[in-house]
Ligand binder design. Structure first.
Ligand code: ZN
Length: 320
């Protein structure tokens, strides 16, 4: 079979990561990165994505006729048919932004649009921790918690396309308010944002923590690497925050295991990669909480494609 290449674009809240991918074997040929500005109007965002794509194509040096398309995985709600980014709370509040048409016109290639979690799951399914498994759930822990469900080797989207919103499983009926408008959702207790909030609470109470200077108090942003370093330094406040978040994540995992009985759960995101204790504690809690048989049989593993899962997965949208 002749080799085919596609451009994959991971469009997130903080950065755009574009790359040329050999979609015959999942190999990333080139990568280009740009920041996603927090406040940005739609036209400017498209321009940035386009320049990132152009850079990735140039670095790759692949013959233009071998490029079959461009796939974009965006952190938000998408209309796959029309190629429109419907709502993206973390990308400058962009709403109803046509994405496929302008990019397609500029590059003369078909453009497919998907959701970021969906494409990262597609990447793990084809070339990552799910390549030998056809029933699994990918859970990505970051600003929030999202998941992709793979059933019989295909992404399962649900009756109305909203399946996998694992971050909004309620773990505390009258708990903390969530961005979704509800209360006590898993992601308000177990995401990186939740950990940052717990640490902020300690700081505001005057507790001593090495994370005091590492946290952006206005936005509550804390990097995974800073968390890992604080743990290595034996920071009590960080250890407590991580333990609490991992316990809640374990409760969420147990719910997924009991209800869906996946063969495997794949955990991804910067926090899982940078903080081994977080993964270990969450797994322990999940096995303590889930029903006896699925608790023993469900494999819980780390995602394998790391930072480029979204880019590789987005390119795979062009495979068919
Ligand atoms: Zn929620």
């Amino acid at each position: 079979m002749a080799e085919k290449f596609a451009v994959g674009v991971d469009l997130g809240g903080t950065k755009i990561l574009a790359g040329v991918v050999n979609i015959s074997n999942g190999q990333l040929i080139s990568a280009a990165k740009k920041k996603t500005r927090v406040v940005e109007e739609g036209g400017e965002l498209i321009k940035r994505i386009a320049s990132c794509i152009a850079e990735a194509i140039e670095i790759a040096g692949v013959e233009p006729k071998k490029l079959v398309g461009i796939g974009v995985g965006a952190a938000g709600m998408v209309d796959r048919e029309r190629g429109v980014l419907l709502a993206a709370a973390n990308i400058g509040g962009t709403n109803d932004l046509p994405m496929a048409d302008p990019l397609s016109a500029q590059f003369g290639l078909p453009v497919r649009l998907g959701n970021d979690v969906e494409v990262a799951t597609l990447g793990e399914l084809n070339y990552g921790a799910g390549r030998d498994c056809d029933n699994f759930v990918c859970m990505f822990i970051g600003t929030g918690i999202g998941s992709g469900i793979v059933n019989n080797g295909k992404i399962y989207r649900g009756g109305n396309g909203t399946a996998g919103e694992v971050g909004h499983i309620v773990v505390m009926p009258d708990g903390l308010p969530c961005g979704c408008g509800g209360y006590g959702c898993l992601e308000t207790y177990a995401s990186r944002t939740a950990i940052a909030k717990t640490v902020m609470y300690d700081i505001n109470r005057g507790m001593d923590t090495v994370l005091r200077d590492k946290i952006d108090p206005a936005k509550g942003i804390l990097r995974s690497k800073a968390i890992a370093q604080a743990l290595d330094m034996g920071d009590a406040s960080t250890l407590r925050a991580i333990t609490q978040a991992a316990q809640f994540l374990g409760v969420g995992l147990a719910t997924v295991i009991n209800f869906y009985n996946p063969r495997r759960i794949i955990l991804g995101g910067g926090l899982v990669e940078a903080v081994p204790q977080f993964f270990d504690l969450a797994e322990l809690e999940a096995r303590r909480r889930a029903l006896r048989i699925p608790s023993r049989k469900t494999e819980i593993v780390r995602a394998e494609l790391g930072d480029y899962a979204g880019t590789i997965g987005a390119a795979l949208l062009c495979k068919n």
